[in-house]
Design a protein around this ligand. Structure first.
Ligand code: KG4
Ligand code: ZN
Length: 327
């Protein structure tokens, strides 16, 4: 079995995965509500909370210790101070239990959230939408993953968080905005679709966020007005993703398509992407909702592939990286 740790942002999570069967034996995640009052994650606070919750969860995995073959941990990309908490725990476990270490790329982890207790499927074109990243990835197999597009500024999930913050709705903004949007009219507020006249395969959400702010400041925020803003923002942000994805479908042979990352739990986005896939005769792969946002089960599943390849990292060489470099 592999014990996997995830602490790249504000979720403390540990899982145990059986290597041969890929079965998820244990999985627990504690999300930090403490950031809600700040309208976003406070890294130092998140780090201190991981230092309390990770050891608590670890206690519950002791019965599996003698069956472990490796310790896996997310080491990039993410918030450096929170990644460090998981990496320190992984190193301590690796030393005390005399087990090899596997450093897992957080974004590859999200891709493997599709394959919890399942075999992986390739080739695969992926839209990754989270709080930190918005990317289109073309994956031939585990080792050959090519970045086709990324964001020039904010990410898709982050823009939901910022709109929620401007409307004083709390954090994380994604699920709140999605819920309120259900009672709104998506055509009520005119917002500009980002990069609509650009042929570039890239994303941008900061202009849309600013346009939404101007609308928020324009008139009184009645319940109806808030719902209309949420619906119009969600629809415009999704239209932006679809506009760029249509270009990918036009120019490439997409057989299998997937959406992953925290924001891939959005039902409106799922519905629109499903229509796009049907139109283009592509198979759509989705993660179960519980595995969309950051979790250690996806890290463990990804680590199974790395274990099979002997992709281990020495304790001195396992470093934390806040930025995305490559797959
Ligand atoms: O993958 P994730 O848990 O953390 C990062 O790697 O960033 O994604 C968290 C992000 C947050 O920005 C959150 O607001 C967004 O995913 N999110 C959503 C929804 N659920 C979570 N965004 C839009 N609609 C949702 N239903
Ligand atoms: Zn994530």
């Amino acid at each position: 079995m592999i014990l996997s740790i995830e602490s790249s942002c504000d979720d403390s999570s540990i899982a145990v995965t059986e290597i041969k069967s890929k079965k998820l034996i244990f999985h627990k995640k504690i999300s930090q509500d403490e950031h809600s009052q700040y309208g976003g994650v406070v890294p130092e606070l998140a780090s201190r909370l991981h230092a309390v919750t990770l050891p608590k969860i670890l206690q519950e995995t002791k019965e599996y210790f003698d069956k472990l073959k490796a310790i896996a941990v997310t080491n990039e990309p993410g918030l450096s101070v929170t990644l460090l908490e998981g990496v320190m725990m992984a190193k301590a476990l690796s030393l005390s239990l005399d087990l090899p270490l596997i450093g897992v790329n957080h974004l590859k982890g999200h891709i493997y959230s599709l394959f919890i207790e399942k075999n992986d499927i390739f080739p695969l074109t992926i839209l990754l939408v989270s709080g930190g990243h918005t990317q289109i990835i073309e994956a031939k197999n585990f080792d050959e993953m090519n970045l086709l597009a990324s964001t020039l500024d904010d990410s898709f999930g982050e823009s939901f968080d910022k709109v929620a913050k401007m409307l004083n709705l709390g954090y994380p903004g994604g699920p709140i905005v999605e819920k309120l949007a259900k009672n709104g009219d998506e055509n009520a507020v005119k917002l500009p679709i980002p990069l609509i006249n650009s042929k570039e395969l890239a994303f941008s959400f900061s202009g849309l966020k600013n346009a939404t702010r101007l609308e928020i400041e324009k008139e009184a925020l009645t319940k109806k007005r808030v719902a209309d803003i949420c619906a119009s923002f969600q629809s415009t942000a999704t239209k932006h993703l679809l506009h760029k994805l249509k270009k990918v479908f036009r120019e490439r042979d997409v057989k299998n398509f997937a959406i992953v990352g925290g924001a891939s739990a959005n039902g409106y986005l799922r519905e629109k992407i499903e229509q796009l896939c049907i139109k283009n005769r592509a198979e759509l792969l989705l993660s179960e909702i519980e595995f969309c946002s950051d979790n250690s089960a996806m890290v463990g599943r990804c680590a199974v592939e790395q274990y099979k390849k002997g992709d281990f990292t020495d304790i001195e060489n396992l470093k934390v990286n806040s930025k995305f470099k490559e797959f």
